[in-house]
Design a protein around this ligand. Sequence first.
Ligand SMILES: C[S@@+](CC[C@H](N)C(=O)[O-])C[C@H]1O[C@@H](n2cnc3c(N)ncnc32)[C@H](O)[C@@H]1O
Length: 291
Amino acid sequence: MNVHVPVLLEEATDLLTGNRGKVYLDCTLGGGGHARRILEKVPDSYLIGIDLDEDVIEVAVGNLKEFEGRFSVYKANFRDLDLVLREEGIEKVDGILFDLGVSMFQIKSERGFSFQRDSPLDMRMDKDQKLTAYDVVNRYPEGELERILREYGEERLSGRIARAIVRRREKKPIETTGELVDVVLSVYPERLKHGRIHPATRVFQAIRIEVNRELENLKTALEKTPELLNPGGRIVVISFHSLEDRIVKRFLKERADVFKILTKKPITPSDEEIRVNPASRSAKLRAGERI
Ligand SMILES: C[S@@+](CC[C@H](N)C(=O)[O-])C[C@H]1O[C@@H](n2cnc3c(N)ncnc32)[C@H](O)[C@@H]1O
């Protein structure tokens, strides 16, 4: 399994632990890269980690072995972060981290997150969930598909692609990522096929966001954070596309009554980080401190 290189590792963990708190909540544990750094940086701290993917939790637990006794992990959706803390018997924490999106483990898995790998159309982070990418692609009405591609993918050809998907599935269900890529390419004009990003990038992003309800989960979770942070406690969010960043930016602005903004402009990876880890290129970090 490929490793996941944590993005903006020092920047995120410096900001999160700058208050020298004791208890931290990592809402997107992944391979445990950020979690590990938090536990290293604050020697007497305790960390609660959440992820909805049981496979990555296993990786994280292995990665955090030497911190046995200083962390606990939950397979849960971060929109239920309040319930996780209640179960843990903790009322408030000193820092909450979100490092959104999928990890390299998931991209490299057989779960259909990547258009570069032919796999069944799945895209669920939570394997217990019912809705898959197959359902979205084969069962959603054309208008709904168009909206998802336009809103979540910011795809200019949303109408054409939605129509092509419906036409293709009338003949035979679209079962694999390869078949979906094929449909996208069939309507992409030649001159746009060789842009900076692959034509299927936005379509895959949009369907993934829909399958995992990514924007709704983020909004719900953010709204719960003020109640769960001690005064001086910090929230750090790393996002990877403009829709998520907009939600975070707006949230911190709207809740100026409870958060002091620590990042006037979002923090982005250095050229060096992007060179070493190209997957970090679209990352934006925003942080706030509970007043
Ligand atoms: C970018 S990775 C995090 C990587 C991690 N910071 C590290 O250093 O290894 C994002 C993780 O968040 C998880 N995730 C995404 N949405 C989630 C949600 N709503 N609830 C819980 N976990 C979620 C994914 O399963 C994935 O493992």
